[in-house]
Ligand binder design. Structure first.
Ligand code: 8YV
Length: 308
C-alpha cells in the first residue's frame, strides 16, 4: 500500500513524477477534502509562501510531516505542528544564492532603469525620444534588513560592487565587514538602497514602516525579496506616489498574487511574481530535498532539514 500525501502547491514535473511514483498524491484545489481521503493523508508538500492553511491542517487528523519547498515557515502554524508532533522541513541552504542573485538583479534593474530602457527599444524610441539618465549602483550605501543566510549572501555580492554594507537584524552578528545598526530608521536614513531579507511572520509584520521608508527618502530604493508582510504596502504605495520614496523593486507582496493597482503603472517600480528561487537548477535541488525529507520521515529516519 502506497503512502498518501497531499501536494498543496505544484512542483516541477520531474519532481511530481517521482512523488507520483512513490506515493498516492492528492492535489489540493482549495476545496474541502472528503473525510475518508483526509484521514489517509500522512504527509504534505507545499511552497513557502503557500504553506498550509490552518483549516486544512485541522482536517488532516493523521498528518505526520510537512515538507516545505522553500525556506519560509510563516505560512505554517509551527506551534500547532509541534503540539501535534508533526515534523516540518524546509529546503534550507539550497535557495540562498538564487534569492541573493535576484536581490542584486532587482537592485540593478531599478537603479539602471532596465525595464523602461527595454520598453524604449521595443517601442522604436531609440533615435527618436530621450530616456532620462539612470542611477549609479557601484559605491551606493546598502542597508540590509535581516542578516541571515540570504542577507549575508547579498552582502558578499554587494562587495563586488564596492558598496559599503550595514545591516539591521535581531542581534549583532559581529560581522567583520558590515557594521550592525541597532536602529532600523537610522539604517534607512544612512542607506541609498535598503534590501529586505528578514523572515516573514508576526514578529516582522510592517517592520518596514512608513517612518522607515520616509527615512530612506526620495532618492532611496527599497528592494524586497523576503515577504510582502514585512513592508507596510499601503504606506509604500502612498510614499512612491508622493515622491517621498524614490524607487521600489519587489518580488513579494502582502496579498499575493494581488498587486496594488497603483504599482502597475509606476515607472519607478520593478515588479516580479515571487520568483526569487525560481530557476531550473534551484527548483530541482529544492524538489529533491522535499523528496528526501519525505522519504526519511516515512522510513523512520531523522529528517534532513527539520525546522527547529
Ligand atoms: C518559493 C519562498 O517561491 O523559500 C520560500 O519561502 O517563498 C520561495 O522560495 C516557494 O517556496 C515556492 O513556492
Amino acid at each position: 500500500m502506497k503512502t498518501e500525501i497531499l501536494l498543496v502547491e505544484p512542483m516541477m514535473p520531474e519532481i511530481e513524477a517521482i512523488l507520483d511514483a512513490t506515493y498516492i498524491v492528492h492535489r489540493y484545489d482549495g476545496l474541502i477534502i472528503p473525510p475518508d481521503v483526509a484521514a489517509r493523508i500522512r504527509g504534505i508538500a507545499t511552497g513557502g509562501g503557500t504553506g498550509v492553511p490552518n483549516q486544512l491542517m485541522q482536517s488532516l487528523s493523521n498528518l505526520e510531516v510537512i515538507a516545505i519547498n522553500g525556506v519560509g515557515t510563516d505560512a505554517v502554524d509551527l506551534k500547532e505542528a509541534a503540539r501535534r508532533n508533526i515534523g516540518v522541513t524546509t529546503t534550507l541552504n539550497v535557495l540562498t544564492d538564487d534569492v541573493a542573485d535576484l536581490a542584486m538583479a532587482l537592485m540593478l534593474a531599478a537603479m539602471r532603469d532596465l525595464v523602461p530602457g527595454d520598453q524604449f527599444v521595443r517601442d522604436h524610441q531609440w533615435g527618436v525620444g530621450q530616456l532620462p539618465l539612470a542611477r549609479k549602483v557601484t559605491g551606493q550605501k546598502l542597508g540590509i534588513v535581516g542578516m541571515g543566510q540570504v542577507g549575508q549572501a547579498i552582502a558578499r555580492r554587494a562587495r563586488g560592487f564596492d558598496m559599503p554594507v550595514s545591516y539591521y537584524s535581531r542581534r549583532d552578528l559581529s560581522l567583520p565587514e558590515a557594521p550592525f545598526v541597532p536602529d532600523l530608521r537610522a539604517l534607512a536614513e544612512q542607506s541609498d538602497i535598503l534590501v529586505v531579507s528578514a523572515s516573514g511572520g508576526a514578529q516582522s509584520r510592517h517592520l518596514i514602516s512608513r517612518d522607515v521608508m520616509e527615512a530612506l527618502g526620495p532618492y532611496g530604493l527599497l528592494v524586497n525579496i523576503s515577504r510582502g508582510s514585512v513592508v507596510d504596502e499601503h504606506a509604500l504605495v502612498e510614499l512612491l506616489e508622493q515622491g517621498k520614496l524614490g524607487k521600489a523593486a519587489l518580488d513579494v507582496f502582502e496579498s499575493e498574487p494581488t498587486v496594488p493597482e497603483a504599482l502597475l503603472t509606476m515607472k519607478n517600480v520593478v515588479l516580479q511574481p515571487h520568483r526569487a528561487s525560481a530557476t531550473v537548477e534551484t527548483r530541482l535541488q529544492m524538489g529533491r530535498l522535499v523528496i528526501a525529507n519525505l522519504a526519511a520521515h516515512f522510513a523512520g529516519a531523522p529528517l534532513l532539514t527539520p525546522v527547529q
